[in-house]
Design a protein around this ligand. Structure first.
Ligand code: AGP
Length: 578
């Protein structure tokens, strides 16, 4: 989602801003822009589309102060006018987040004579800052007032015409850090964006205001200047490279043998609380991480007495957590920045409820907020559609119930499963022109279907639904006619007979079944049209192999349809707005 970068120092700001924006590209964006201060005025260059397009438009503008932004549209279509930076009179800003009461603020500002060019809440924020600055002439006081007037989430970087060497910043619920270096300082949405220059950073907390010069940084918390708490980012960030693969997604699918090895090797029960002491465990996440949570619930429920339920974070954050039970909230997140998941943790912390994070990105916002923390070891994931991070999340749950997984066996089985790619391509050819598709399975196989369905939707844009196989006959089977495509998964032999009955019901209505089944599960060949058999491994890890097949089918279907696989339309890697 939107990314922010800012630079103040003695070097050429536009070049540094562009490089910073490139590092933020993985978050997902549809337009980009920069503003640099030159001869006491900001010069803005912005463009719909890629950062490379923006780079082409940049004129030779030597400047030593500037701010940059990648925009992921929330208010108003992706176009040049709606993209950032926004400028109102002498104030220029970049903004990540959503100002919820912007319409009411806009009306007041229009009545005061302001005109708006864009449809964005960000231009309203800019006009509000401009208006307050006329009255107060002191940006710290302006931003203090801004906090009181606005509702919502924001990380904002501000430049003032005539103030050559200062960036002003404020954050509330959207990520923002300050990069600290010698005679130059930065603002950024995350640390990797500035790592080329410095590994020293200051984390801004919600409602902090900062004034950043090339030799000085002042941070104000509750209207008082605080001591700068400089932290060190002590981890190397992986090189961003497709390594010969056509897409990051395919590269990341193929990294899964290493990922599982690392996840198993680094797992330590010491990072966990004593799970047996809880009466209730709420697993909370979004998207694929939610699907991993469902598998986690399935695995943990077999071991623990606690009542375990999985929730979608955007729903859970508005529910009351029953204080009568000793509760653990487990949040799963690849990015560690997902706004809804972060709010769940903050709410639990306020109520003194124990929290455990299963997080992939080192020192991300959620990683910093949770009481207990397990890092999944998927490495940097670039493709918007998650594959290896999801796999490491399920593996973490499997390790929570059995820390002695047979690493060599599963690595071998994953490698064997990856060799089934041609079978997946054949299925992709079969489904590439479909408009609708069903994924069916029971229990854990249904949860895999949910993830397979999400993967297919997000990158190939084919509509699909994942159904518990036994539920079809309660309504949805009315949609089955000649050749309606189904992908059925059977990895759990305890319920295989039941799923086979449901498959027969589909076949009896001329549906087309692609079956993904563990090699020891015998299904009469009259009941399917295509079959992919996956190796048998210990039970808790069996879902991992089935999901790899579904990842490959989705990938090749999207490829055959000519889709932009790593950056699917409308999606962002890190969802930092509600
Ligand atoms: C998965 O392919 C998606 N891109 C998406 O559902 C993702 O899993 C979700 O937004 C949660 O993200 P997180 O793991 O970074 O919190």
């Amino acid at each position: 989602m939107c990314g922010i970068i800012g630079y103040v120092g003695s070097k050429n700001a536009p070049a540094i801003l562009i490089e910073g924006l490139k590092k933020l590209e993985y978050r997902g964006y549809d337009s980009a822009g920069i503003a640099v201060l030159k001869n006491n005025k900001t010069i803005i260059t912005k463009e719909k589309g890629t950062i490379c397009k923006l780079e082409e438009k940049l004129k030779e503008n030597m400047s030593t102060t500037g701010i940059g932004h990648t925009r992921w549209a929330t208010h108003g279509v992706p176009n040049k006018i709606n993209s950032h930076p926004h400028k109102v009179e002498n104030i220029t800003i970049v903004h990540n987040g959503i100002i919820e009461n912007y319409l009411e603020l806009k009306e007041k500002l229009i009545n005061k004579g302001y005109n708006f060019k864009s449809d964005t809440d960000s231009e309203v924020a800019c006009a509000l800052i401009c208006d307050l600055f006329k009255e107060k002439n002191d940006m710290q006081k302006v931003l203090e007032e801004f906090k009181k007037i606005t509702r919502g989430a924001y990380a904002i970087g501000v430049l003032i015409d005539g103030v050559e060497d200062k960036i002003y910043a404020i954050r509330n619920k959207s990520p923002l850090i300050i990069g600290v270096s010698e005679e130059e300082n930065f603002i950024a949405s995350d640390v990797p964006a500035i790592l080329e220059y410095t590994n020293k950073y200051i984390l801004l907390e919600d409602m902090d205001i900062a004034i950043i010069g090339k030799n000085d940084i002042s941070i104000f918390r509750s209207n008082k200047k605080i001591k700068n708490d400089i932290k060190i980012f002590d981890k190397k960030v992986d090189k961003i490279d497709k390594n010969g693969y056509k897409h990051f997604m395919l590269k990341e699918i193929n990294e899964q043998p290493d990922v599982i090895r690392r996840t198993i090797e680094s797992f330590s029960k010491k990072d966990l609380p004593n799970l047996t002491k809880y009466e209730k465990i709420d697993i909370v996440a979004c998207g694929s991480a939610y699907h991993a949570g469902l598998i986690g619930e399935h695995l943990l429920s077999k071991k623990l007495k606690a009542v375990i339920t999985t929730h979608i974070a955007s729903e859970y954050r508005y529910k009351d957590i029953n204080p009568n039970f000793k509760t653990l909230v487990i949040v799963i997140s690849q990015s560690g920045e997902t706004a809804d998941s972060l709010e769940v943790i903050k709410k639990a912390n306020e109520k003194n409820i124990d929290t455990l994070g299963i997080i992939n990105v080192y020192k991300s916002s959620i990683a910093r907020e949770v009481k207990y923390l397990v890092y999944t070891k998927a490495g940097f994931e670039i493709s918007v559609a998650t594959t290896k991070a999801y796999l490491s999340q399920i593996t973490t749950f499997a390790l929570m119930v059995n820390s002695k997984l047979n690493k060599e066996e599963i690595v071998k089985a994953i490698n064997k499963t990856l060799k089934l790619e041609q079978d997946c391509i054949n299925i992709a050819k079969k489904i590439k022109n479909q408009e609708n598709l069903f994924f069916i399975g029971r229990g854990i196989d249904h949860y895999i279907g949910l993830e397979g369905s999400l993967k297919l939707k997000e990158i190939s844009y084919i509509h699909s639904e994942a159904y518990p196989a036994g539920e079809l006959k309660h309504g949805t089977i009315s949609l089955v006619s000649k050749n309606t495509p189904f992908i059925a998964t059977i990895t759990d032999e305890v319920i295989s007979e039941k799923t086979i009955s449901n498959i027969k019901e589909v076949k009896a209505r001329d549906g087309n079944i692609t079956l993904i089944a563990t090699e020891d599960i015998k299904v009469n060949e009259d009941y399917y049209d295509s079959l992919i058999q996956i190796p048998k491994v210990q039970k808790d890890l069996q879902p991992l192999l089935a999901i790899i097949i579904l990842q490959l089918i989705s990938y090749h279907t999207a490829r055959l349809r000519g889709c932009d696989i790593d950056k699917p339309r409308n999606l962002a890697k890190s969802v930092t707005v509600e």
